[in-house]
Design a protein around this ligand. Structure first.
Ligand SMILES: NC(=O)c1ccc[n+]([C@@H]2O[C@H](COP(=O)([O-])OP(=O)(O)OC[C@H]3O[C@@H](n4cnc5c(N)ncnc54)[C@H](OP(=O)(O)O)[C@@H]3O)[C@@H](O)[C@H]2O)c1
Length: 344
């Protein structure tokens, strides 16, 4: 259970960082996916006030990260902030970016995988993966593994479970399991196994129009299920090293995430948010996951509105987590032996 059962949808990242100030002090934090008016910016702002030793901001657009740095530096001129350009839709960029990060830091106490895209068109990464699956899961999977030695290093001199990998997911994971037989949407729904089909409700269909294979929200849902399964897998295999992973649903917040949506899809999103959070509220759950010492328990996988919550069954399935890890290794062409990482 979280330390603050009173926290809820109204709680702000500013309050959370203040409450766990001692758990921020001296930490090396890497935040992936940072630009003005994004959740990455608000979590950076909240953490900056409590003397971390380094906040490294890794994202796609250098000019946008620089704008955030300028704002944060205005209030915290002595804070060490580093910028690294990484495009999660390119293995080459991730490999180059991870090398720069590994050269800049000697440890990583908290890694927040926050970057994501939402698409309505059937677009692809450099390596030909459906863009949401590639950017939102496969990219962070590769980056996290390439940074693993620095997480292990931090865990060796920290309280068990205080070294954290936070995967920002979404309640949208409830839309779809992993489509192991067709992760990049080249098949019609009736061509894939029943257990890989999206959720269905009377009157609500996530199927693509006749003759098409792409269902944008199903693709987003798949990528967000992958974020939770990655946390599950990390907890099953890294608890020996004292590293804890948690996936977080931030709530509904108007950000640039909807930049690629047309009118039709925007109006669907407008109807999904019961309560719209501001950016500070939107980052609170992620900071609880990153900082609360009470959550140092490998069984804690998913948080929503600052509390432990239950994800969809398909996102809490240990076999699916193993299968996704193997699929992700095959896709990036590299195996990651976490048992060996624990022995480093
Ligand atoms: N906002 C919501 O209501 C909501 C709800 C549920 C879950 N979430 C999750 O919250 C997280 C943050 O989203 P947000 O709302 O803050 O959206 P956002 O404002 O669009 O921020 C996303 C960040 O990811 C970066 N990014 C996108 N593609 C990238 C790539 N290929 N490589 C590296 N960085 C990339 C973006 O950089 P550029 O700006 O340079 O492209 C941006 O900094 C996401 O994981 C999202 O799924 C948000």
């Amino acid at each position: 259970m979280a330390s603050h059962p009173e926290y809820d949808q109204y709680t702000t990242a500013t309050e959370v960082a203040r409450a766990f100030s001692e758990d921020v002090r001296g930490k090396t934090v890497v935040i992936v996916g940072v630009s003005p008016q994004s959740l990455g910016e608000s979590m950076t702002t909240a953490l900056a006030a409590h003397s971390p030793s380094l906040v490294l901001l890794a994202s796609r657009t250098k000019a946008k990260i620089e704008q955030v740095v300028t704002k944060v530096k205005a209030d915290h001129p002595t804070l060490r902030l580093e910028i690294v350009e990484v495009d999660l839709s390119s293995f080459d960029s991730i490999r180059k970016g991870s090398k720069i990060i590994n050269d800049l830091v000697d440890r990583i106490d908290i890694l927040i995988n926050n970057a994501a895209v939402v698409m309505t068109t059937h677009a692809f990464t450099r390596e030909g993966l459906e863009l949401q699956f590639g950017t939102n899961h496969i990219g962070p999977f590769l980056l996290t593994n390439l940074l693993m030695p620095k997480l292990v290093r931090a865990a060796q001199s920290s309280a068990t479970g205080s070294t954290r990998v936070i995967n920002v997911t979404s309640q949208g994971h409830m839309i779809s399991p992993i489509r192991f037989s067709d992760h990049s949407f080249h098949k019609r729904p009736e061509e894939i196994p029943a257990e890989e089909r999206p959720m269905s409700r009377p009157g609500v269909s996530f199927d693509p129009p006749p003759g098409e294979t792409y269902a944008p929200f199903v693709a987003y849902g798949q990528s967000k299920t992958a974020n939770i399964l990655m946390s599950l897998y990390l907890n099953q295999h890294l608890s020996g090293a004292g590293i804890q992973s948690i996936a977080t649903h931030p709530g509904s917040i108007w950000t640039d995430l909807s930049r690629n949506l047309d009118e039709k899809h925007l109006s669907i999103i407008e109807k999904t948010g019961g309560f719209w959070k501001d950016l500070d509220q939107g980052s609170a759950t992620t900071l609880v996951a990153a900082l609360d010492p009470n959550l140092a328990d490998p069984k804690v996988i998913y948080l929503s509105d600052c509390q432990v919550a239950k994800p969809a069954d398909w996102a809490s399935d240990g076999r699916a987590a193993e299968q996704l890890w193997k699929l992700s290794e095959d896709i990036v062409g590299q195996q990651f032996d976490l048992a060996a990482a624990c022995r480093l």
